[in-house]
Design a protein around this ligand. Structure first.
Ligand code: NAD
Ligand code: TDX
Length: 332
């Protein structure tokens, strides 16, 4: 099996490549990544050249994409502009990569009749009230809030249309918030952990009541591989691990695990259009494909993540000042 992984130098993509490399020793992996601010070749060290190659390029480059699709059997598509706050400041790259990039890949999947798995997010469904007993399912109506989530929703729609109209052999997964190693320090958990390591206080948007449904990135990887191998063409699968926590609880736990007073944080300007709550019902994936998450103890998963950022300061330190300068300009 020869597989192309787009966005494999980012957070979830690189964790997936490490997972796949360990789980499927007879597969050959090609990573296509543009190495934007979010991509880092240090995330992809230690692979044998006979089983892995890196291609530096853009998913909007139709000629390059065509040549790579010609050589592989299947594609897993992680590449995206992924940060909501960036999308509020400058939406254009989100349109280019998330919409035009996905379109470019779909045209190649159609031409070469390649198996295509599209990695998407629960944010396409908008948000839930804090007291809503329902969770997102595969049948929830699309209702995205931000430029980021609207471009991901658009990309999901393109995948569905290319499957129905052109017979592209595609599946889609919509996953909740991931955490774990190699996550860019612009994101909530690594921003706070790296800040505390530098003696700074965590910064909570608004009151901190917003809820996210956390899943360890390794469980996302196992879900994607399960869907790639066993998923039914044309189907969508929700991916989540019953990890609902409000942001204040997460900050307090980070402070506790890092030996600081649990009230030692600041409230800062809220995000415009900030989604209240995400919650995933992953029962279809469990029932139909037999997937189960393994890393469901958030406390120990968070402790391991804190340990990783503590041991890998050289990995994140070069990006800290530029990341915080962007936040300062936005009042966060
Ligand atoms: P990330 O920002 O860490 O990584 C994105 C990667 O894509 C980077 O390596 C970047 O260089 C690459 N990239 C960006 N534009 C590109 C382009 N035009 N051509 C080629 N490569 C390009 O993102 P992530 O958090 O790892 O998210 C990966 C995927 O998972 C995204 O599709 C995202 O929507 C989805 N997702 C993320 C989460 C989450 O919690 N982070 C949850 C659910 C779904
Ligand atoms: O400093 C912060 N303080 C804070 O309170 C930051 C950076 C965030 N927050 C809040 C906003 C959110 O409620 O924490 C929560 C998580 O924020 P992000 O890490 O920016 O993630 P989110 O906006 O929930 O989106 C993430 O999950 C879904 C990923 O970035 C997306 O790519 C994925 O689709």
């Amino acid at each position: 099996m020869k597989i192309l992984v787009t966005g494999g130098a980012g957070f979830i993509g690189s964790n997936f490549v490490h997972y796949l490399y360990g789980e499927r020793p007879d597969w050959h992996i090609t990573v296509l990544d543009a190495l934007t601010y979010a991509g880092n070749l240090k995330n992809l060290e230690g692979f044998d050249e006979s089983r892995y190659r890196f291609v530096h390029g853009n998913i909007c480059d139709a000629e390059l994409v065509d040549s790579l699709f010609a050589e592989v059997d299947a594609v897993v598509h992680f590449a995206a502009e992924s940060h909501n706050d960036n999308s509020l400041h400058d939406p254009r790259p989100f349109l280019d990569t998330n919409v035009v990039g996905t379109y470019t890949l779909l045209e190649a999947a159609r031409k070469y009749d390649r198996r295509f798995h599209h990695v998407s997010t629960d944010e396409v469904y908008g948000d839930l009230e804090l007291d809503d007993p329902n969770k997102f399912t595969e049948n929830t109506a699309y209702n995205p809030s931000s430029p980021y989530s609207s471009t991901k929703a658009a990309s999901d729609m393109l995948v569905r249309a290319w499957t129905r109209s052109f017979g592209v052999k595609a599946t889609i997964s919509n996953c909740s918030n991931n955490y774990g190693p190699y996550q860019h320090i612009e994101k909530f958990i690594p921003r706070q952990v790296s800040g505390v390591l530098l003696g700074r206080k965590p910064r909570l948007y608004g009151a901190g009541a917003n809820v996210r449904d956390w899943i360890h990135t390794e469980d996302h990887s196992s879900a994607v591989l399960t869907i790639l191998e066993k998923g039914k063409i044309g189907e969508t699968y929700m991916v989540g691990a019953n990890g609902e926590k409000n942001n204040k609880e997460v900050v307090e736990l980070i402070l506790e695990l890092m030996g600081k007073p649990t009230n030692d944080y600041e409230h800062v300007t809220d995000r415009a259009g900030h989604d209240i709550r995400y919650a995933i019902d992953a029962s279809k994936l469990k029932r139909e494909l037999g997937w189960e998450p393994k890393y469901t103890d958030f406390r120990s998963g968070l402790q391991a993540t804190i340990d990783w950022y503590t041991a890998n300061q050289a990995w994140w330190q070069p990006q800290k000042d530029a990341t915080e300068a962007k936040y300062k300009a936005a009042g966060h």
